[in-house]
Design a protein around this ligand. Structure first.
Ligand SMILES: [Zn+2]
Ligand SMILES: [Zn+2]
Length: 285
């Protein structure tokens, strides 16, 4: 119970700190670009996602991660006592800056694969993230706990098995969290030619669009070249996405309704276009 209270207190303090950065940023950008301020973005549900998801998902991530790594060790006849936080093998023979760069590249590749799988096979869970009809900075935290579980385990398990040290993981985690807040902010930055290397806010908003062309595209979180490599890059130069969300009208707007949604939704019922079809290849106009 004490652990839960300290987690919630930490998340509350972090939320206030993040709000000090992203609320003024969003205010300034919307004022300069004459964009409307979100009216029905579902802020209370998003705050609850930020505060409570670690309570559900955190212990599960630790338990599953430890169990899987222990099982792999035992299957190889190795002794497992605890997770190797210091890393091991060829990875830790390299300079720290290179390990961190490799961690970013590796974790984003894992994130890309996990994201495509969620769209293709576990859409009711991932559709919660896409249910924001007004994408804003806190849309970055609207994820079902099962989605967070998949996000964490998809890179933590292979990273630990490959020998990445905890310090590299500990740098990646807050970095990608902050980067996600930026990606969901209403900023039209496209980073010029760097758009072919890095995911930008304008780029990620196409992933949230209701327009068919943007669906099943832009799955990367940090490096857009993964989308180029796998044929899912979509970034029109001369237009902006206008409408966001999912076509399904049955995704609840309240937090607990969103938590229950993937569990109670009748299997086999299509949610929207994003569930069908596949990636559309390199599309740029
Ligand atoms: Zn998605
Ligand atoms: Zn998103």
């Amino acid at each position: 119970m004490e652990q839960v209270a300290s987690t919630i207190l930490f998340r509350l303090m972090a939320l206030l700190g993040l709000a000090l950065i992203f609320v003024p940023l969003e205010f300034v950008v919307r004022a300069i670009e004459a964009k409307p301020f979100p009216k029905s973005a579902g802020v209370p549900a998003d705050v609850l996602h930020w505060m409570l998801t670690p309570v559900f998902a955190g212990p599960l991530v630790t338990t599953v991660l430890t169990s899987v790594v222990a099982a792999v060790y035992l299957s190889q006849g190795r002794v497992f006592t605890h997770l190797e936080d210091g890393g091991f093998g060829p990875i830790i023979m390299q300079p720290l800056w290179l390990i961190i760069l490799e961690m970013l590249l590796f974790a984003d590749l894992c994130a890309y694969c996990r994201h495509r799988i969620m769209h293709k096979f576990v859409w009711p869970v991932h559709s919660i993230h896409h249910s924001s009809t007004e994408v804003y900075w806190l849309s970055a935290v609207r994820f079902h706990p099962l989605d967070v579980l998949a996000q964490s385990l998809s890179y933590l398990i292979p990273a630990y098995l490959l020998g990445f040290p905890l310090k590299a993981i500990a740098i990646y985690m807050p970095f990608v969290t902050l980067y996600n807040f930026l990606l969901h902010s209403p900023i039209d930055w496209s980073f010029g030619p760097l758009r072919y290397v890095l995911v930008t806010p304008a780029y990620h908003r196409w992933h949230h669009t209701l327009e068919e062309a943007g669906q099943q595209a832009n799955f990367a979180t940090i490096f857009s070249f993964y989308d180029i490599l796998f044929g899912t890059f979509y970034f029109p130069c001369h237009k902006r996405p206008e409408k966001f969300g999912v076509l399904a009208s049955d995704i609840p707007r309240d937090y607990f309704g969103q938590i229950l949604y993937p569990l109670v939704r009748a299997p086999g019922v299509k949610v929207d276009l994003a569930e069908s079809g596949d990636a559309g290849g390199l599309k740029e106009r």
